[in-house]
Design a protein around this ligand. Structure first.
Ligand SMILES: COc1ccc(C(=O)Nc2ccccc2)cc1NC(=O)CCSCc1cnc2[nH]ccc2c1
Length: 260
């Protein structure tokens, strides 16, 4: 999609409804000139007023404009009219990773390692740009037409200049220092990566109640995979495996598909 000074709603044909957020709806849309298909997020200014989220959205647009990574959902452009703000977002045609996990019950080691490797690469890129995501959970992960993982929701992205204290996200994925409202930094994402790796392989997060028979349906998981998970689910955030070390871990190196 070619860059343009000022986009407007008339540049797009609106397609089917594909999702709803707190601030508005998301539609499939086609940019008329190029035929490029995007996800168009419509945010009502009245809602931004009500939740006093103008600054949050502005900051998020700034953050997004600086990010360009194959595993981070792109924000191509934004524009507004009297009543609405429009975000022109990348469309991930295969939808929520979460739904795929539910339908497959658990992922193969190859698929799990590929997603963990994609996440580690995307997070390393974000941390380099001083952005902590802090809300990585399966619902915020989408899959594009090739099945490539896209971190999609930056509802909580912040510039990691100072230590952060605000709570966010569901408890399942929160690092201990966040649950205990201690100071935290980008190591929270490394903890979440451990939770997700476990959930990709077992189908449920590690600290969720065991199923009614008290035994986990534990598919055969390799020792290397367990080794990586144990090196991420470490309470002391300074002792968690770094993103660079995750990318070099034997389980990732032997199982992840390099094409992402
Ligand atoms: C980079 O991404 C985002 C950037 C900003 C915001 C946002 O709304 N910020 C905000 C709003 C108001 C106040 C403060 C901040 C949201 C997203 N991301 C999403 O909303 C999830 C994917 S929506 C697109 C999309 C694509 N591909 C799909 N395939 C299937 C469904 C689907 C859905």
């Amino acid at each position: 999609m070619a860059a343009k000074e000022e986009w407007s709603i008339s540049d797009f044909e609106i397609g089917k409804f594909i999702g709803e957020g707190k601030f508005g709806k998301v539609y499939l849309a086609r940019e008329k000139q190029s035929g490029y298909v995007v996800a168009l997020k419509v945010i009502f200014k009245a809602k931004l007023e009500k939740y006093r989220s103008h600054a949050h959205l502005r900051r998020e647009i700034e953050i997004q404009h600086g990010l360009n990574h194959p595993n981070v959902l792109r924000l191509f452009a934004w524009f507004h009219d009297e009543t609405r703000v429009f975000l022109v977002l990348e469309y991930a045609a295969r939808g929520e990773l979460y739904k795929l996990l539910k339908s497959l019950h658990h992922f193969s080691e190859k698929r799990a390692a590929t997603y963990v490797s994609s996440l580690a690469g995307a997070l390393a890129y974000c941390h380099e740009k001083h952005v902590i995501h802090r809300d990585i959970k399966p619902e915020n992960l989408l899959l594009d037409i090739e099945g490539r993982l896209k971190i999609a929701d930056f509802g909580w992205a912040v510039q990691s200049n100072a230590k952060r204290h605000t709570m966010c996200g569901t408890i399942d994925y929160l690092a201990p220092e966040m649950v205990e409202k201690k100071e935290h930094d980008h190591a929270v994402d490394n903890w979440t990566l451990g939770i997700l790796c476990y959930e990709f392989l077992y189908g449920v997060p590690p600290f969720e109640a065991e199923d009614e028979y008290g035994t986990f349906r534990s598919p055969a998981v390799s020792v290397e995979a367990k080794d990586l998970i144990c090196k991420l689910l470490v309470k002391d955030s300074s002792k968690r495996l770094s993103l660079q070390k995750i990318l070099k871990h034997p389980w990732i190196v032997t199982h992840a598909d390099p094409s992402g």
